[in-house]
Design a protein around this ligand. Structure first.
Ligand code: PLP
Length: 344
């Protein structure tokens, strides 16, 4: 099935039912460099970009992005969730990809403008406005394989979304991949566009052969993450998740969930997590994926070396942590760390 992009026509009171990422919010924000420096931005209608066919990003992969959400709260106000962290991560990604760096302050301002311009199409919960800043090298030079792009385009688009996982809330199934890494260590911490193409063959094969939802990458038996979300386990009152290193994306959701877990009385263990340990703690433990799109979604089963391993301890810990996270995002709980920011 090919998902067609559609222009948002939903009013604010309707949760989005379109396939995640296909509904187009009417306004975007864009900024370009002059001699490698960003200076100002403009709000325009969301429309096709005019790119030179020699564009650096199209030939040499100089492109990366961010993904974050604005939520309509219990009081009707629209709140961005940890937009400062996403803006800072894009600035850092640009550095790691040898691209002109947009200051985090500029990215944050552009994000706020895109939400303000699209306030009318922010859906009611459980929907949200998904925001996608994209940075690309635009030098028209097909001889620049070993030269970074001097100039860049930064644009921020938005999409009213419902649930990321088709079919709504249900426990996911994952194939554990112990041979192939998700990406290279150089780009592990970056939302580099090519990372997602790199993970596709493994993901498609897993779906075809094992009928699973996603792949959990664990090269050499050491768990990293899935194609677009971080991984964690809950065992009794302990949350276990791989310690931050260069191999995987340092998720903002992961960080928020760990903070809320500590606050709710869990012990948080950030360390190496092996596939053997994962198998050993089934079926009592709970497992979940954490990410802006996935929020916190339970994993019900794994395929490990061809064998199914079922999970699903019934403690409800994952649901409690997800509820705690969503409550902050919607302004229904205290926000002592200042994670949310009202846009009006
Ligand atoms: C975006 C992403 C995540 C989740 O990061 P958040 O900041 O929580 O949205 C995790 N892993 C990968 C590979 C990602 O692309």
């Amino acid at each position: 099935m090919t998902a067609q992009a559609t222009t948002a026509t939903t009013g604010r009171s309707q949760p989005s039912t379109a396939v995640f990422g296909t509904e187009v919010a009417p306004w975007m924000v864009r900024a370009s460099t002059v001699d490698g420096r960003f200076d100002g931005f403009e709000v325009t209608a969301t429309a096709p970009l005019a790119l030179h066919p020699f564009t650096h990003a199209l030939h040499y992969g100089s492109t990366c992005f961010e993904g974050l959400k604005a939520h309509r709260g219990v009081d009707g106000a629209v709140r961005l969730f940890r937009a400062d962290r996403h803006a800072a991560r894009l600035e850092e990604s640009a550095r790691r990809m040898s691209m002109p760096q947009p200051a985090a302050g500029l990215v944050l301002e552009m994000i706020e403008h895109v939400v303000r311009a699209n306030l009318e199409v922010v859906p009611e919960p459980p929907g949200a406005l998904y925001i996608r800043p994209v940075l690309m090298g635009v030098d028209p030079n097909i001889g620049a394989a070993a030269t970074p792009s001097v100039d860049a385009l930064l644009y921020v688009v938005a999409s009213p979304v419902g649930d990321y996982f088709a079919g709504g809330r249900r426990a996911l199934s994952l194939l554990v991949e112990t041979e192939m890494p998700r990406t290279t260590p150089q780009f592990g911490r970056v939302k580099a566009a090519a990372n997602y193409a790199l993970a596709l063959p493994a993901t498609m094969a897993a779906r075809r052969v094992h009928d699973v939802d996603q792949v959990l990458f664990a090269p050499g038996g050491r768990i990293q993450e899935t194609g677009a979300a971080n991984f964690l386990l809950v065992e009794d009152d302990r949350v276990v998740t791989p310690a931050l290193d260069e191999s995987f994306l340092h998720g903002v959701t992961r960080d928020a969930v760990l903070t809320l877990a500590v606050r709710s009385g869990f012990t948080v263990d950030e360390r190496d997590l092996s596939v053997a340990e994962l198998v050993a703690c089934a079926p009592e433990a709970e497992a979940a994926l954490a990410g802006t799109a996935a929020v916190l979604t339970e994993v019900g089963s794994f395929v490990v070396a061809g064998e199914e391993v079922r999970f699903g301890g019934d403690t409800g810990a994952i649901i409690r942590l997800r509820d705690a996270l969503v409550a902050v995002q919607r302004g229904a709980a205290d926000d002592p760390d200042g994670w949310t920011r009202i846009v009006q």
